[in-house]
Write a protein that binds this ligand. Structure first.
Ligand code: DGL
Length: 280
C-alpha cells in the first residue's frame, strides 16, 4: 500500500489527485487531526510527529509514504530520509511534495544543473500562501532562487486558516480570512503584476474557490495535488517495486474523533463513501 500523511484533512486534496492519476493503486490515508495544526508548532515537535505518523503507516503495511503536508516536508523530510529511514526502515521510502512543486515552479528537474539562460529569462512573480512554519522555513524561496532566479516568490503566511478549516468554520469566515491574507500579499507587491499563485499548504485547495475569487482575474493557481500526482506516477514508473499489489481503494485513519473528521471530510469532498477509522 502507498501511505499518504497530513496533519489533518489537507492531504485529502493530494490523495484525490493521486487516486485520479493512479486508480490501480491502493492507499492508506492518515490525518493526524489530533495534533493539527502543525504549522504554528516548533520544528522538533513537527519532526517528532512526522516520524511517528510515518512509522504508523509503515506498521499498517505501507512501503512508500507520501508526506502530503508542506509543513512536515519543509521541516524535517530531508533529515528523516537521511538519518531515521536508513537506520529504521532501509527498505522503505518516504517522499514529499515540496520537490515536485519546486520543479514545477522552476521548470527543471530537482537535480538538474542551473539553467545557463536563467539570467535572461522573463521575470515572473509568484505568490505563495502557506502556514507560518513553511513561510519561515523559506524552503520554496531558497530552492527556487538557487535554480531559477528570474522567478520571484512573494510569501504570505496564513496562520489561522488551517485551524478554521479543521474547526469547520462557516464559509463567510473563511472567505473574509482569505480576502484579508490576499490583500496583505497584494499590498506587498507594490504594483508588480502577479503571474501565478501557489497554495503552499495542502489544506488550501479545499477552499481554492475562495482564493480564486480574491486574487486578480486570470492569475493561474498552480495545483500542488496535480503536480504531486504526476510526480508520484513518474516515481512509480522508475521504482515499480513500490507500486501496490493490493486491491485499489483507500482506507482512512485519523488520530482524532473519526465521526467528526468524517463529517468535515464529507463537507469538502461531497463524498459519502469517505469513512475515517481511529488509528490503531
Ligand atoms: N496541510 C499542511 C501543510 O501543507 C497544514 C499544516 C498544519 O497543520 O498547519 O502545510
Amino acid at each position: 500500500m502507498i501511505g499518504v500523511f497530513d496533519s489533518g484533512s489537507g492531504g485529502l486534496t493530494v490523495l484525490t489527485a493521486l487516486k485520479d492519476t493512479l486508480p490501480e493503486q491502493g492507499f492508506i490515508y492518515f490525518g493526524d487531526h489530533g495534533n493539527a495544526p502543525y504549522g504554528n508548532k516548533d520544528a522538533e515537535t513537527i519532526y517528532a510527529l512526522t516520524v511517528s505518523s510515518v512509522e504508523r503507516l509503515f506498521q499498517l503495511g505501507c512501503s512508500l509514504v507520501v508526506v502530503a503536508c508542506n509543513t512536515a516536508a519543509a521541516t524535517g523530510l530531508r533529515r528523516l530520509q537521511q538519518t531515521w529511514l536508513p537506520v529504521h526502515h532501509p527498505d522503505k521510502r518516504v517522499i514529499g511534495i515540496v520537490v515536485p512543486m519546486v520543479e514545477a515552479l522552476t521548470g527543471m528537474p530537482w537535480t538538474a544543473d542551473p539553467d545557463p539562460d536563467r539570467q535572461v529569462r522573463k521575470k515572473k512573480t509568484v505568490a505563495v500562501f502557506a502556514t507560518r512554519y513553511t513561510v519561515d522555513s523559506g524552503v520554496f524561496v531558497e530552492e527556487t532562487a538557487k535554480r531559477a532566479p528570474h522567478v520571484n516568490l512573494v510569501q504570505q503566511a496564513c496562520p489561522s486558516l488551517v485551524r478554521l478549516i479543521e474547526d469547520n468554520a462557516p464559509m463567510r469566515t473563511l472567505e473574509r480570512t482569505v480576502r484579508r491574507y490576499v490583500q496583505l500579499l497584494l499590498q506587498r507587491l507594490e504594483g508588480r503584476r502577479l503571474d501565478a499563485v501557489l497554495l503552499g499548504c495542502t489544506h488550501y485547495p479545499l477552499i481554492e474557490n475562495l482564493f480564486a475569487a480574491a486574487i486578480p482575474d486570470k492569475v493561474e493557481i498552480l495545483s500542488q495535488p496535480r503536480v504531486t500526482a504526476n510526480s508520484l506516477a513518474g516515481y512509480l514508473a522508475r521504482h515499480p517495486e513500490f507500486a501496490c499489489c493490493q486491491p485499489p481503494g483507500v482506507t482512512f485513519y485519523t488520530s482524532a474523533d473519526p465521526h467528526q473528521v468524517t463529517r468535515l471530510a464529507r463537507r469538502f469532498f461531497r463524498d459519502d463513501r469517505m469513512q475515517f477509522k481511529a488509528m490503531p
